[in-house]
Ligand binder design. Structure first.
Ligand SMILES: Nc1ncnc2c1ncn2[C@@H]1O[C@H](COP(=O)(O)OP(=O)(O)OP(=O)(O)O)[C@@H](O)[C@H]1O
Ligand SMILES: [Mg+2]
Length: 291
């Protein structure tokens, strides 16, 4: 289901410490909409406003001005249920240790559904199911979240959000500090979850390779402004512009460009290793045929 608009932002502005000497304009006139079931990536140089922007989406930060709609409802309307919004839009923070606080892993994941006042059996079931989804078995239940590795902490934080059964899952740099294997595993789990629960996923990432591989659409932030909004292919074609704002295209895009200069033309919309492999194989076949 990819037709109905689920999140709509209209001219959002946000200023940290408004009216103080430390005033910081973090979000400037940002407008976009996200459809249900979309997988959207957000990229941007450090300090460009990505984390600030996503914290608007579950109501954690209130825009200084602008409007924000969730499932057609204005979340800044007087009677809007912010608590419910926070359950429907699950946010996994950039530093997951900031969201773990219970004595053990299971209690931590149970916290959300318990707060939703669900029956105790359901709370337990949801927590166990969510931990299984992120690949943590029973042996982790009684561990302190603080004795886990960075990757395991992140998994617990994701499970805690999933246990609330959100419609939207927002992940802020979920793979930072993970090794390539951990990163692939986490993404495989996210893709699986997205499919099985028909969730909308918003991914903030510094990895151009990851966003090229996984997302349907990219929002590009620069100095608080939304400067590009399109498919990864369209966005990465503008790699010279991306470079001017401190970003880049996936590494493979540069290799393909370099080959083109050597008269090996593989096409101009390759952004993943897999696509490059297929294009090279095709190219070789064509050459062989013509030889
Ligand atoms: N709590 C805060 N108080 C004041 N200014 C802040 C605060 N948090 C962020 N900022 C400022 O707001 C701007 C946007 O920061 P934000 O953390 O949203 O960027 P980001 O794109 O997530 O960066 P990163 O890639 O490093 O995570 C930056 O200039 C930052 O210094
Ligand atoms: Mg951030």
């Amino acid at each position: 289901m990819q037709d109905s608009v689920q999140i709509e932002a209209k001219k959002l502005n946000f200023i940290y410490g408004e009216g103080t000497a430390f005033e910081q304009y973090a979000i400037k006139d940002v407008s976009f909409s996200i459809k249900k079931g979309e997988f959207v990536g957000i990229i941007g140089h450090t300090g460009s406003g990505k984390s600030t922007l996503i914290q608007h989406l579950n109501g954690l930060i209130k825009a200084t001005s602008g409007e924000l709609y969730f499932n057609g409802e204005n979340i800044y309307a007087a009677k809007y249920d912010m608590k419910l919004l926070r359950q429907k839009v699950g946010l996994v923070f950039q530093y997951p240790e900031h969201q773990l606080f219970e004595v053990d892993v299971l209690s931590d994941v149970e916290f959300g559904p318990r707060n939703q006042k669900l029956p105790e059996e359901v709370v337990k079931e949801r927590a166990k199911e969510s931990l299984a989804l992120v690949g943590l078995d029973e042996s982790y239940y009684k561990k302190s979240p603080f004795e886990l590795s960075g990757g395991q902490k992140r998994r617990v934080a994701i499970a805690g959000v999933l246990a609330m059964n959100p419609e939207v899952l927002i992940l802020d740099e979920p793979t930072a500090g993970l090794d390539p294997k951990g990163r692939d595993e986490l993404f495989d789990e996210i893709i699986e979850l997205k499919k099985s629960r028909d969730m909308t996923v918003i991914l903030v990432s510094h990895s151009m390779e990851d966003v090229a591989k996984y997302v349907d659409r990219l929002l590009v932030m620069n100095a608080g402004e939304l400067v590009l909004d399109g498919t990864p292919k369209d966005v990465f074609k503008k790699y010279k512009y991306l470079e001017s704002i401190g970003l880049s295209a996936p590494g493979i895009t540069y290799i393909v460009e370099r080959l083109k200069k050597e008269s090996i033309d593989l096409g101009d919309d390759i952004t993943t290793i897999e696509e490059a492999r297929d294009a090279i194989l095709k190219y070789i076949k064509r050459k062989d045929k013509n030889a």
